[in-house]
Design a protein around this ligand. Sequence first.
Ligand code: AHG
Ligand code: MN
Ligand code: MN
Length: 334
Amino acid sequence: MSKIVTIERFILENQPAHARGTFTNLLYDIALAAKIIATKTNRAGLSDILGRAGNVNVQGEHQQKLDVFADDLIRRVCDHTGRLCVMASEEREDIIEIPEQFEKGSYVLVYDPLDGSSNIDVNVSIGTIFGVYRCIDKANRGRLEDVLQPARDLVAAGYVLFGASTMLVYSTGDGVHGFTLDIELGEFLLSHPHMILPEKPTYFSVNSAYYQRWSPANQRYMRWLQGGEPDSPPLSARYIGSLVADFHRNLLRGGVFFYPTEANKPRGKLRLLYEAGPLAFLIDRAGGYASDGCTPILDIDPTELHQRVPLYIGNTDLVRRAEQLLQEEEMVAA
Ligand code: AHG
Ligand code: MN
Ligand code: MN
Protein backbone atom coordinates (compact mmCIF):
# COMPACT_ATOMS: atom_id res chain seq x y z
CA MET A 1 0.00 0.00 0.00
CA SER A 2 1.64 3.24 -1.13
CA LYS A 3 1.95 5.95 1.49
CA ILE A 4 -0.98 8.32 1.92
CA VAL A 5 0.04 11.93 1.20
CA THR A 6 -2.45 14.78 1.30
CA ILE A 7 -1.96 17.77 -1.00
CA GLU A 8 -1.43 19.97 2.03
CA ARG A 9 1.44 17.81 3.27
CA PHE A 10 2.89 17.44 -0.23
CA ILE A 11 2.87 21.20 -0.80
CA LEU A 12 4.46 21.84 2.59
CA GLU A 13 7.16 19.19 2.11
CA ASN A 14 7.95 20.27 -1.45
CA GLN A 15 8.09 24.00 -1.05
CA PRO A 16 11.53 25.39 -0.41
CA ALA A 17 11.72 26.74 3.13
CA HIS A 18 11.52 30.34 1.90
CA ALA A 19 8.17 29.75 0.18
CA ARG A 20 6.49 27.91 3.04
CA GLY A 21 4.23 30.77 4.02
CA THR A 22 2.03 32.76 1.73
CA PHE A 23 2.65 30.75 -1.42
CA THR A 24 1.92 27.43 0.27
CA ASN A 25 -1.25 28.83 1.78
CA LEU A 26 -2.33 30.18 -1.62
CA LEU A 27 -2.12 26.65 -3.04
CA TYR A 28 -4.24 25.43 -0.09
CA ASP A 29 -6.81 28.12 -0.91
CA ILE A 30 -7.01 26.90 -4.51
CA ALA A 31 -7.43 23.30 -3.32
CA LEU A 32 -10.25 24.46 -1.03
CA ALA A 33 -11.99 26.29 -3.89
CA ALA A 34 -11.62 23.13 -6.00
CA LYS A 35 -13.36 21.02 -3.33
CA ILE A 36 -16.25 23.46 -3.09
CA ILE A 37 -16.73 23.63 -6.87
CA ALA A 38 -16.52 19.82 -6.97
CA THR A 39 -19.42 19.51 -4.53
CA LYS A 40 -21.52 21.78 -6.75
CA THR A 41 -20.44 20.02 -9.94
CA ASN A 42 -21.19 16.55 -8.56
CA ARG A 43 -24.66 17.72 -7.60
CA ALA A 44 -25.22 19.86 -10.71
CA GLY A 45 -28.02 17.63 -11.90
CA LEU A 46 -29.76 17.78 -8.52
CA SER A 47 -29.52 21.43 -7.55
CA ASP A 48 -30.42 24.48 -9.52
CA ILE A 49 -26.90 24.95 -10.90
CA LEU A 50 -27.45 23.82 -14.49
CA GLY A 51 -28.23 25.95 -17.45
CA ARG A 52 -27.59 29.50 -18.49
CA ALA A 53 -27.17 32.30 -16.00
CA GLY A 54 -28.97 34.62 -18.38
CA ASN A 55 -26.07 36.92 -19.21
CA VAL A 56 -23.23 37.12 -21.74
CA ASN A 57 -19.62 37.44 -20.52
CA VAL A 58 -16.74 39.53 -21.79
CA GLN A 59 -15.94 36.70 -24.23
CA GLY A 60 -19.37 37.17 -25.80
CA GLU A 61 -20.38 33.73 -24.51
CA HIS A 62 -23.57 32.84 -22.65
CA GLN A 63 -22.50 32.35 -19.03
CA GLN A 64 -23.59 29.10 -17.42
CA LYS A 65 -24.70 29.18 -13.80
CA LEU A 66 -21.69 27.06 -12.86
CA ASP A 67 -19.39 29.57 -14.64
CA VAL A 68 -20.75 32.32 -12.45
CA PHE A 69 -20.71 30.19 -9.30
CA ALA A 70 -17.10 29.04 -9.83
CA ASP A 71 -15.90 32.51 -10.76
CA ASP A 72 -17.48 34.10 -7.71
CA LEU A 73 -16.38 31.28 -5.40
CA ILE A 74 -12.69 31.55 -6.33
CA ARG A 75 -12.81 35.31 -5.81
CA ARG A 76 -14.47 34.97 -2.39
CA VAL A 77 -12.00 32.29 -1.24
CA CYS A 78 -8.99 34.34 -2.31
CA ASP A 79 -9.70 38.06 -2.10
CA HIS A 80 -9.29 38.62 1.67
CA THR A 81 -6.35 36.34 2.57
CA GLY A 82 -3.59 38.91 2.14
CA ARG A 83 -1.79 36.58 -0.28
CA LEU A 84 -2.76 38.31 -3.53
CA CYS A 85 -2.26 41.78 -4.94
CA VAL A 86 -4.69 41.27 -7.84
CA MET A 87 -6.69 38.57 -9.68
CA ALA A 88 -7.95 38.19 -13.24
CA SER A 89 -10.68 35.85 -14.45
CA GLU A 90 -11.68 34.73 -17.93
CA GLU A 91 -15.24 35.64 -16.92
CA ARG A 92 -14.55 39.26 -15.91
CA GLU A 93 -13.89 42.24 -18.13
CA ASP A 94 -11.36 43.90 -15.84
CA ILE A 95 -8.81 42.86 -13.23
CA ILE A 96 -10.21 41.92 -9.80
CA GLU A 97 -8.70 44.32 -7.28
CA ILE A 98 -8.17 43.29 -3.67
CA PRO A 99 -10.67 45.34 -1.59
CA GLU A 100 -9.02 48.21 0.29
CA GLN A 101 -9.92 46.76 3.70
CA PHE A 102 -7.79 43.69 3.04
CA GLU A 103 -4.00 43.51 3.15
CA LYS A 104 -2.26 43.39 -0.25
CA GLY A 105 -0.24 40.24 -0.91
CA SER A 106 2.64 39.47 -3.25
CA TYR A 107 1.04 37.07 -5.75
CA VAL A 108 -1.26 37.33 -8.77
CA LEU A 109 -3.92 34.72 -9.53
CA VAL A 110 -5.26 34.28 -13.07
CA TYR A 111 -7.97 31.71 -13.70
CA ASP A 112 -10.52 30.17 -16.00
CA PRO A 113 -13.11 29.31 -13.36
CA LEU A 114 -14.99 26.80 -15.45
CA ASP A 115 -13.45 25.34 -18.60
CA GLY A 116 -15.65 23.37 -20.97
CA SER A 117 -18.89 25.21 -20.15
CA SER A 118 -20.67 23.69 -23.13
CA ASN A 119 -20.28 20.30 -21.43
CA ILE A 120 -21.78 21.20 -18.03
CA ASP A 121 -25.37 20.26 -18.85
CA VAL A 122 -24.46 17.00 -20.58
CA ASN A 123 -22.44 15.52 -17.70
CA VAL A 124 -19.11 15.55 -19.53
CA SER A 125 -15.84 16.39 -17.74
CA ILE A 126 -15.16 20.09 -17.11
CA GLY A 127 -12.41 21.89 -15.25
CA THR A 128 -10.79 24.96 -13.72
CA ILE A 129 -7.40 26.32 -14.85
CA PHE A 130 -5.17 28.62 -12.77
CA GLY A 131 -1.82 30.38 -12.87
CA VAL A 132 0.15 32.22 -10.18
CA TYR A 133 2.63 35.05 -10.79
CA ARG A 134 4.58 37.26 -8.42
CA CYS A 135 3.39 40.87 -8.24
CA ILE A 136 5.73 43.13 -10.16
CA ASP A 137 4.87 46.47 -8.61
CA LYS A 138 5.45 46.19 -4.85
CA ALA A 139 4.59 49.85 -4.22
CA ASN A 140 1.00 49.95 -5.49
CA ARG A 141 -2.15 47.89 -5.13
CA GLY A 142 -2.21 45.27 -7.92
CA ARG A 143 -2.57 46.62 -11.41
CA LEU A 144 -3.00 45.41 -15.00
CA GLU A 145 0.80 45.33 -15.40
CA ASP A 146 0.99 42.71 -12.65
CA VAL A 147 -1.35 40.45 -14.63
CA LEU A 148 0.08 40.89 -18.14
CA GLN A 149 3.10 38.62 -17.62
CA PRO A 150 4.43 35.88 -19.94
CA ALA A 151 3.73 32.30 -18.84
CA ARG A 152 7.48 31.74 -18.46
CA ASP A 153 7.22 33.96 -15.33
CA LEU A 154 4.55 31.81 -13.70
CA VAL A 155 5.55 30.52 -10.24
CA ALA A 156 2.77 27.92 -10.30
CA ALA A 157 0.08 26.63 -12.63
CA GLY A 158 -2.47 23.87 -12.52
CA TYR A 159 -5.94 22.66 -13.19
CA VAL A 160 -8.80 20.86 -11.52
CA LEU A 161 -10.61 18.22 -13.56
CA PHE A 162 -14.18 17.44 -12.53
CA GLY A 163 -14.61 14.05 -14.16
CA ALA A 164 -15.27 10.46 -13.08
CA SER A 165 -13.11 11.56 -10.16
CA THR A 166 -12.00 15.06 -9.24
CA MET A 167 -8.28 15.65 -9.74
CA LEU A 168 -6.02 18.58 -9.03
CA VAL A 169 -2.81 18.70 -11.09
CA TYR A 170 -0.23 21.41 -10.45
CA SER A 171 3.40 22.38 -10.76
CA THR A 172 5.52 24.98 -8.99
CA GLY A 173 8.25 24.37 -11.53
CA ASP A 174 9.70 21.19 -10.05
CA GLY A 175 7.67 18.40 -11.66
CA VAL A 176 3.94 18.02 -12.29
CA HIS A 177 1.94 16.25 -9.59
CA GLY A 178 -1.62 14.91 -9.59
CA PHE A 179 -3.97 14.50 -6.65
CA THR A 180 -7.32 12.71 -6.56
CA LEU A 181 -10.13 13.90 -4.29
CA ASP A 182 -11.22 11.31 -1.72
CA ILE A 183 -14.76 12.54 -1.24
CA GLU A 184 -15.28 10.70 2.05
CA LEU A 185 -12.19 12.32 3.58
CA GLY A 186 -12.62 15.60 1.66
CA GLU A 187 -8.88 15.42 0.96
CA PHE A 188 -6.87 15.54 -2.24
CA LEU A 189 -4.49 12.55 -2.01
CA LEU A 190 -1.31 12.20 -4.10
CA SER A 191 -2.15 9.76 -6.90
CA HIS A 192 0.10 10.81 -9.80
CA PRO A 193 3.52 12.01 -8.57
CA HIS A 194 5.99 13.39 -11.15
CA MET A 195 3.75 13.19 -14.23
CA ILE A 196 5.87 12.96 -17.40
CA LEU A 197 4.48 13.09 -20.95
CA PRO A 198 4.91 9.61 -22.55
CA GLU A 199 7.57 9.50 -25.29
CA LYS A 200 5.17 7.74 -27.69
CA PRO A 201 2.03 9.80 -28.41
CA THR A 202 -1.36 8.10 -28.67
CA TYR A 203 -3.90 10.79 -29.64
CA PHE A 204 -4.46 13.94 -31.59
CA SER A 205 -7.26 16.21 -30.39
CA VAL A 206 -8.98 18.89 -32.47
CA ASN A 207 -12.48 19.95 -33.51
CA SER A 208 -12.33 18.60 -37.06
CA ALA A 209 -15.72 20.17 -37.87
CA TYR A 210 -13.80 23.40 -38.59
CA TYR A 211 -11.44 21.77 -41.15
CA GLN A 212 -12.85 23.76 -44.07
CA ARG A 213 -12.11 27.05 -42.25
CA TRP A 214 -8.41 26.29 -41.71
CA SER A 215 -5.42 27.42 -43.76
CA PRO A 216 -3.86 24.83 -46.13
CA ALA A 217 -0.98 24.29 -43.66
CA ASN A 218 -3.39 23.39 -40.83
CA GLN A 219 -5.36 21.14 -43.19
CA ARG A 220 -2.13 19.40 -44.18
CA TYR A 221 -1.16 19.08 -40.52
CA MET A 222 -4.52 17.37 -39.85
CA ARG A 223 -3.99 14.95 -42.76
CA TRP A 224 -0.46 14.19 -41.44
CA LEU A 225 -1.89 13.41 -38.02
CA GLN A 226 -4.50 11.18 -39.69
CA GLY A 227 -1.76 9.04 -41.24
CA GLY A 228 -1.84 10.64 -44.68
CA GLU A 229 1.91 10.86 -45.15
CA PRO A 230 4.76 8.31 -45.09
CA ASP A 231 6.20 9.79 -41.89
CA SER A 232 2.82 10.15 -40.15
CA PRO A 233 2.78 8.97 -36.50
CA PRO A 234 0.26 6.19 -35.68
CA LEU A 235 -2.39 8.10 -33.70
CA SER A 236 -6.03 7.81 -32.70
CA ALA A 237 -8.40 10.77 -32.28
CA ARG A 238 -10.20 12.07 -29.20
CA TYR A 239 -11.94 15.41 -28.73
CA ILE A 240 -13.93 16.12 -25.56
CA GLY A 241 -14.57 19.84 -26.01
CA SER A 242 -13.19 20.65 -22.55
CA LEU A 243 -9.57 21.73 -22.94
CA VAL A 244 -8.65 20.54 -19.44
CA ALA A 245 -9.98 17.04 -20.13
CA ASP A 246 -8.30 16.80 -23.55
CA PHE A 247 -5.05 18.13 -22.04
CA HIS A 248 -5.17 15.73 -19.08
CA ARG A 249 -5.75 12.67 -21.30
CA ASN A 250 -2.85 13.67 -23.54
CA LEU A 251 -0.60 14.30 -20.52
CA LEU A 252 -1.26 10.73 -19.39
CA ARG A 253 -1.23 9.02 -22.81
CA GLY A 254 0.83 11.33 -25.02
CA GLY A 255 -0.49 13.32 -27.95
CA VAL A 256 -1.22 16.77 -29.31
CA PHE A 257 -4.18 19.12 -28.88
CA PHE A 258 -4.59 22.00 -31.26
CA TYR A 259 -7.01 24.85 -31.79
CA PRO A 260 -5.77 26.76 -34.86
CA THR A 261 -6.84 30.08 -36.33
CA GLU A 262 -9.87 30.09 -38.62
CA ALA A 263 -11.16 32.57 -41.15
CA ASN A 264 -13.52 34.05 -38.52
CA LYS A 265 -11.14 33.46 -35.58
CA PRO A 266 -7.89 35.18 -36.64
CA ARG A 267 -6.35 34.61 -33.18
CA GLY A 268 -8.01 31.25 -32.54
CA LYS A 269 -10.41 30.80 -29.61
CA LEU A 270 -8.38 29.95 -26.51
CA ARG A 271 -7.24 32.57 -24.02
CA LEU A 272 -3.52 33.15 -23.41
CA LEU A 273 -3.67 34.15 -19.75
CA TYR A 274 -6.30 31.72 -18.45
CA GLU A 275 -5.86 28.62 -20.67
CA ALA A 276 -2.81 28.46 -22.95
CA GLY A 277 -0.28 30.01 -20.55
CA PRO A 278 -0.85 27.84 -17.47
CA LEU A 279 -1.10 24.65 -19.56
CA ALA A 280 2.06 25.61 -21.47
CA PHE A 281 3.87 25.90 -18.11
CA LEU A 282 2.62 22.43 -17.11
CA ILE A 283 3.44 20.69 -20.41
CA ASP A 284 6.92 22.25 -20.35
CA ARG A 285 7.48 20.86 -16.83
CA ALA A 286 6.19 17.46 -18.01
CA GLY A 287 8.61 17.29 -20.96
CA GLY A 288 6.37 18.59 -23.78
CA TYR A 289 5.91 21.88 -25.66
CA ALA A 290 3.25 24.48 -26.45
CA SER A 291 3.27 26.95 -29.33
CA ASP A 292 0.94 29.38 -31.10
CA GLY A 293 2.26 27.83 -34.30
CA CYS A 294 5.24 30.14 -34.46
CA THR A 295 6.29 31.21 -30.93
CA PRO A 296 6.53 29.23 -27.67
CA ILE A 297 3.43 30.10 -25.62
CA LEU A 298 5.75 30.62 -22.64
CA ASP A 299 7.44 33.53 -24.41
CA ILE A 300 4.37 35.46 -25.56
CA ASP A 301 4.07 38.80 -23.77
CA PRO A 302 0.36 39.44 -23.16
CA THR A 303 -0.85 42.86 -24.28
CA GLU A 304 -4.52 42.43 -23.38
CA LEU A 305 -6.38 40.76 -20.53
CA HIS A 306 -8.47 38.51 -22.82
CA GLN A 307 -6.00 37.96 -25.62
CA ARG A 308 -6.64 34.81 -27.63
CA VAL A 309 -3.94 32.61 -29.18
CA PRO A 310 -3.86 29.65 -31.55
CA LEU A 311 -2.69 26.65 -29.47
CA TYR A 312 -0.67 23.53 -30.36
CA ILE A 313 0.26 21.64 -27.16
CA GLY A 314 1.63 18.18 -26.34
CA ASN A 315 4.54 16.01 -27.52
CA THR A 316 7.30 18.29 -28.76
CA ASP A 317 7.85 16.63 -32.15
CA LEU A 318 4.13 16.75 -32.96
CA VAL A 319 3.96 20.47 -32.13
CA ARG A 320 7.20 21.20 -33.99
CA ARG A 321 5.71 19.59 -37.13
CA ALA A 322 2.84 22.08 -37.00
CA GLU A 323 5.32 24.95 -36.66
CA GLN A 324 7.30 23.63 -39.63
CA LEU A 325 4.21 23.42 -41.89
CA LEU A 326 3.02 26.87 -40.81
CA GLN A 327 6.48 28.34 -41.37
CA GLU A 328 6.60 26.86 -44.88
CA GLU A 329 3.18 28.40 -45.55
CA GLU A 330 4.47 31.76 -44.29
CA MET A 331 7.48 31.62 -46.61
CA VAL A 332 5.35 30.72 -49.64
CA ALA A 333 2.93 33.55 -48.81
CA ALA A 334 5.79 36.07 -48.31
P1 AHG B 1 -14.59 27.75 -21.75
O1 AHG B 1 -15.71 26.86 -21.38
O2 AHG B 1 -13.75 28.17 -20.56
O3 AHG B 1 -15.05 28.90 -22.61
O4 AHG B 1 -13.57 26.91 -22.64
C1 AHG B 1 -14.05 26.19 -23.71
C2 AHG B 1 -12.90 25.97 -24.66
C3 AHG B 1 -12.07 24.75 -24.31
O5 AHG B 1 -12.38 24.18 -23.07
C4 AHG B 1 -12.38 23.77 -25.43
O6 AHG B 1 -11.22 23.10 -25.83
C5 AHG B 1 -12.89 24.66 -26.54
O7 AHG B 1 -13.47 25.80 -25.93
C6 AHG B 1 -13.94 23.96 -27.35
O8 AHG B 1 -14.25 24.85 -28.41
P2 AHG B 1 -15.13 24.32 -29.65
O9 AHG B 1 -16.49 24.05 -29.09
O10 AHG B 1 -15.08 25.45 -30.64
O11 AHG B 1 -14.46 23.07 -30.16
MN1 MN C 1 -11.78 27.57 -20.93
MN1 MN D 1 -14.29 29.19 -18.87
